[in-house]
Design a protein around this ligand. Structure first.
Ligand code: ZN
Length: 508
């Protein structure tokens, strides 16, 4: 066996272990009985330890060195170079963190989850503050271990969106913010006019009785139609919807239900199907190497958002599916015209809670979190001032007053898990989605007509060929340039929002 073949074999074995960990995690969130928690935590910790041991073993590092010399001697083929580059990057990063540090951070964050949940229940930020301060200190330390050029935040961002820096993010987010804040005000003023018009926007009209057993067949119909392959995947229920993949031929997604309305399960399912299609679109033969892995969290999120919003919240999509929805739920939909339904599912209303936010306000939620966490890590603000700063930003950007910390600074789980640098990827996903969608529309002129007849195959194929298939061959920045011939920017998203919502709210 050649050195490179041996290297690939070791990577494949590492992936078998990772798949084992993922399936344990999936089962924990979907099927595990309550009392299984303790043994499951121990089992997962053991497997995670095995992965770490194998990855940092003398044997593996010797092999990696040998591949490195092949790389330096220019003896690797194109794709082999990518495999080496990505594995080496991960290896170098992992090596930089001392074992005691990793153990301390993981101990602190698993405790912190409990403290955060309690604090949120009591809506008491002070209860979480001492733990949060420790986490921030450790994350600053982590950034120092990794090293950075401009901002310590860059080192943390690298975990989720490799190659992107805070100063690049500022260039992308600033025009978005400058557009969204006044645009939202314009919509709020127009809402009053729309309320009096013939086509009302009132979320209550689409509420009613939606038994889970009747929602499921409709969701399955939608999932199948847009390309989810039930022979390679499952759709289950969990408290927080998520996607996990063991292999391109075994992808699991989950959704959650609300018996008063179908929209959360519907939007959630389409979103997760988007993630799943990415994983299913990766060539099977690349499993076990970086060529079989997604580019970044931002690109992954673009695939869920493009299906959820650009497709699943469009008139074209509903032209096909609305009669089917009316048939499945004559009450309340038989009496509601499609146009009214379309406007209602796209209603814009500033709210406290990010996960429920519409397309216009969503990115403002993310920008608030990004600005705060960047300033925390850069030491420009103090953790004790967070509630005050949070509430002020929500007021300035979204125009609403936060009444309690549970709806404010305590609402998201991420910081308790030490996930600083994660939030921006949600917005990046929206921006990538808009830029990608514009390109697909240019190359497939009848795209929306196809949607109207329930044909989503050429769209799915395009995403597969231009994004999914490549794995980590391109970096996120290279991929978007490759697709759209320009770097990521917020203009496509701004144009998309302006066009869609000027129509819905009849703005001039
Ligand atoms: Zn997602």
């Amino acid at each position: 066996m050649s050195v490179f073949e041996e290297f690939k074999k070791q990577l494949l074995e590492l992936n078998y272990l990772k798949s084992t960990l993922y399936i344990l995690d999936w089962d924990e969130q979907v099927y595990m009985p309550e009392k299984g928690a303790r043994i499951r935590a121990n089992t997962k910790a053991y497997i995670a330890g095995l992965i770490h041991q194998k990855f940092t073993s003398k044997e593996f590092s010797k092999l990696l060195k040998e591949v490195k010399s092949l790389y330096e001697a220019k003896k690797l083929k194109d794709k082999e170079k990518v495999i080496f580059r990505e594995v080496y990057r991960e290896y170098e990063r992992e090596r930089k963190l001392p074992l005691e540090f990793v153990t301390e951070l993981s101990r602190l964050t698993s405790e912190a989850h409990h403290t955060w949940a309690e604090a949120r229940k009591q809506s008491n930020f002070k209860h979480f503050l001492p733990t949060l301060k420790k986490i921030i200190e450790l994350k600053k330390e982590e950034a120092n271990y990794y090293g950075f050029k401009e901002s310590p935040y860059d080192a943390l961002l690298e975990t989720f969106e490799p190659g992107l820096t805070a100063s690049q993010l500022d260039v992308i987010f600033e025009p978005l913010k400058q557009f969204l804040i006044p645009f939202l005000k314009q919509i709020s003023r127009a809402s009053l006019r729309v309320k009096k018009s013939k086509v009302k926007i009132n979320p209550k009209i689409i509420q009613g009785k939606f038994p889970i057993e009747q929602q499921k067949p409709f969701l399955e119909l939608v999932a199948k139609q847009i390309g989810f392959d039930y022979q390679k995947g499952r759709l289950d229920t969990s408290t927080h919807p998520f996607t996990t993949q063991f292999h391109p031929e075994d992808v699991r997604i989950t959704t959650r239900f609300d018996e008063q309305t179908i929209t959360p399960a519907l939007g959630g399912t389409i979103h997760e199907v988007g993630h799943a299609l990415y994983e299913m679109g990766i060539p099977v033969e690349n499993f076990g190497s970086p060529l079989g892995e997604s580019v970044s969290l931002g690109i992954h999120e673009s695939q869920s958002r493009i299906w959820e919003n650009q497709v699943g919240k469009s008139r074209h999509f509903w032209k096909y599916f609305y009669p089917k929805l009316q048939k499945q739920f004559p009450k309340p939909f038989k009496k509601i015209k499609m146009e009214e339904f379309y406007k209602t599912i796209n209603m814009v209303k500033p709210s406290f809670i990010r996960v429920e936010a519409d397309e216009v306000t969503y990115n403002l939620h993310i920008i608030i979190r990004y600005e705060l966490e960047r300033d925390l890590i850069e030491g420009k603000i103090k953790a004790e001032d967070l509630p005050k700063l949070w509430n002020q930003k929500v007021k300035d950007y979204l125009g609403i007053e936060i009444k309690n910390d549970a709806d404010g600074v305590l609402q998201d789980v991420h910081w308790s898990g030490g996930m600083f640098g994660y939030f921006p990827t949600y917005s990046l996903g929206n921006l990538y989605a808009a830029q990608i969608f514009m390109c697909v529309k240019n190359v497939i002129p009848h795209l929306t007509k196809e949607f109207e007849s329930g044909d989503f195959s050429s769209f799915g194929e395009w995403l597969k060929r231009n994004i999914h298939m490549h794995g980590k061959y391109y970096s996120a920045a290279e991929l978007i340039e490759h697709i759209s011939e320009e770097p990521l920017n917020s203009q496509y998203f701004i144009d998309y929002i302006k066009e869609k919502y000027s129509d819905i709210y009849r703005l001039d």
